[in-house]
Ligand binder design. Structure first.
Ligand code: SAH
Length: 350
């Protein structure tokens, strides 16, 4: 059973088959599992499960815990309708999710941990360290809560919120299986991106799971000096080791790799930098790939600033045969990049 500190079973972390087993074990007929699973996927619990007898609702309450993140704060962009959520978890911890509308469907950016211990210098999520991992139920719950709140279906998920998903490996894998299951939210794995700062051992493990997600690698530098300075994980796994693992991942899964590259003024944004980036990618990656350029979202504590050379950097990469696009900034009026809202809320409560 999933590890957690509850005395009761965390129902939203169960697959449909696991729930069915539990329901039979507490002496209820199998068809109840179907009804209950339908309700919890909509975020309903207790009396909200309208076709269940009160006695059963009580029994469920004694046996299970239902941990849906609740909306603590909601910021809505006036520009593009992006909604940023600060969610409160069962123990009062706070995380963030961002709901974005794209032509290809509604996308939710979800968190995988409360805080982060990776220490990237430009990132707000890691400033206070990591408090704990999220349960599979809490990753799934962000989607269920956002669908409940917006009344809209979410068809795409990106694991680019607070936390390093591969540092919470088992729960992330369980979540990916739950979210894509037919009986559940049924969001196709091809519509899910997992973003990592580059934990090579976990990238290898992931390549063996048979999950056709899109892997996004936060690269952000073309040499080890700069990468180690801005991303401490690079001291453990160098760029060369990381890119070699990406190539292995492609060979195993046939899934195209996506690189994220945040442009930071004076650190990684010169045209010579673009040449060096193209050259190192070509050296190690023998498969189709894509570079997603992200203008740095300035975080006051980091004292790093956005590059003015975004277009120049992109054009240089393209001229060298590297497929590159600049990420559209959604919700720029609501500070939509993750980590800042949680940190602000924690400071207000001090
Ligand atoms: N831990 C994972 C996923 C969370 S971060 C990872 O490292 O990939 C999601 C993406 O946002 C990463 O590419 C991350 O490097 C980037 N990011 C973090 N802070 C940022 C900022 N201030 N401006 C722009 N991108 C940022």
């Amino acid at each position: 059973m999933m590890t957690n500190s509850f005395e009761k079973i965390d129902i939203l972390s169960l697959s449909y088959n696991e729930l069915e087993k539990e329901i039979i074990e507490i002496g209820e007929p199998k068809f109840r599992a179907k009804q209950i699973y339908g309700w919890i996927m909509k975020g309903a619990w207790g009396k909200e499960m309208k076709n269940l007898p009160t006695s059963l609702i009580e029994k469920l309450d004694n046996h299970f815990i239902f941990t849906l993140p609740t909306v603590e704060k909601r910021l809505v962009s006036k520009i593009d309708g992006t909604k940023k959520y600060l969610f409160k978890l069962y123990d009062g911890e706070l995380i963030e999710s961002v709901f974005m509308k794209y032509e290809h469907g509604n996308t939710l950016c979800i968190s995988s941990q409360v805080g982060c211990r990776m220490g990237c210098k430009f990132c707000a999520s890691t400033l206070l360290g990591r408090t704990r991992d999220l349960l599979p139920s809490e990753m799934l719950g962000q989607i269920i809560s956002a669908q409940k709140d917006t009344g809209e279906r979410i068809s795409n998920v990106v694991m680019m919120g607070i936390g390093e998903p591969l540092d919470n490996y088992d729960n992330t894998i369980k979540f990916l299986k739950l979210v894509s299951a037919d009986e559940g939210l049924n969001i196709g794995l091809r519509h899910i991106s997992v973003s990592t700062c580059g934990l090579v051992d976990k990238i290898d493990a992931l390549s063996n799971e048979g999950l056709p997600i899109t892997l996004s690698i936060s690269l952000h530098a073309y040499d080890n000096d700069v990468r180690s300075e801005i991303m401490p994980v690079n001291k453990k796994y160098s760029i060369e080791e990381l890119l070699t693992a990406c190539q292995r991942y492609f060979e195993k899964t046939s899934r195209r790799i996506s690189f994220e590259y945040t442009l930071i003024a004076g650190k990684n944004d010169t045209e010579q930098g673009a040449v060096a980036l193209a050259s190192i990618i070509k050296k190690y990656i023998k498969s189709p790939c894509h570079v997603n350029l992200i203008p740095l979202n300035e975080v006051k504590e980091t004292r790093l600033s956005t590059s003015k050379n975004v277009a120049g950097f992109k054009n240089k990469l393209i001229s060298l045969g590297i497929n590159a696009t600049v990420r559209r900034r959604l919700g720029s009026d609501i500070n939509a990049s993750c980590g800042q809202l949680r940190k602000g809320a924690k400071e207000e409560n001090k």
